[in-house]
Ligand binder design. Sequence first.
Ligand code: SF4
Length: 312
Amino acid sequence: MSKTLYWLQCGACGGDSMGLLSMESPDIIDFVKLVDIEILFHPSLSNPSPTQHRNLLEAIFSGEQPLDILCVEGSIIRGPGGTGMYDTFEGKPKKDILGLLVRRAKAVIAVGTCASFGGIGADGEIEATGLQFLKSHKGGFLGSMFKTDIGLPVINLPGCPCHYDALSSTLAALCTNIPIALNHYNAPLEFYNMLIHQGCVRNEYHEYRVEDANFGNRGCLFFYLGCHGPLAHGPCNKLLWNKRSSKTRVGVPCVGCTNPDFPQPYPFFKTRNIAGIPLELPEGIDRAHYLAYKGMAAAAAPDRLIKRETRV
Ligand code: SF4
């Protein structure tokens, strides 16, 4: 029997929907046929009349229309003053619609960083939050104890946007009842137990501390250009966009968009440093050892790297 899916867009730019629509091999249409998902509603794939949409929501709220998977894109906006009236559907706060939908859904997926952690509007003027986290603090809109009827917490798929392969694999696992192991932030270990740095084609430059201070070259972007690759978890250099690209592959530093504290309150493309050494070091590294190691590595850097001859 088909699994039903409803996609709720809240405080979002639509980037995660755009990511979903860029799925290929299979594309989104073939994918839902393959895993037998019935899309009840998605803002870019469905075109119900307002009455049909209203009736669908009523049927889900009452339990007449079963709901297996609820995907939420964007942060939950609670402003002004906790009313949620900054983000509405037919005059009703979307946060209230969400509150009714989660009671019926067997699984809830937070698609993207805003739905997972609050993202850009977290705790600011618009009182935005993630579904079950506010930045790195457990709680969010639904509270830390929330679980669906079948015992699942919200599954977080952070990323700005979330890669469609992480979403499609999670949906496929839910449709085939394969258990999904989650990390501390309720994100699937399969995609979020690795650093963005893993798989970056600039790794050899990083090892030998061959660093770029300006854009457009082939070196590592960590020391000067603010790359968060060794600090942020996600599959960005393993699951490539259009099967070939990532930020660092095209010379753009990772901005750490999968991190719960994204966006960080300091400039993106500038590394904060102490005496020329990044303030934040790769996860798990001791500063004194790192200094000694990087000094030796830079001294041992091969000429082909210093001359940027190795292609990235
Ligand atoms: S550019 Fe960033 S992700 Fe790539 S090797 Fe350097 S630090 Fe790691």
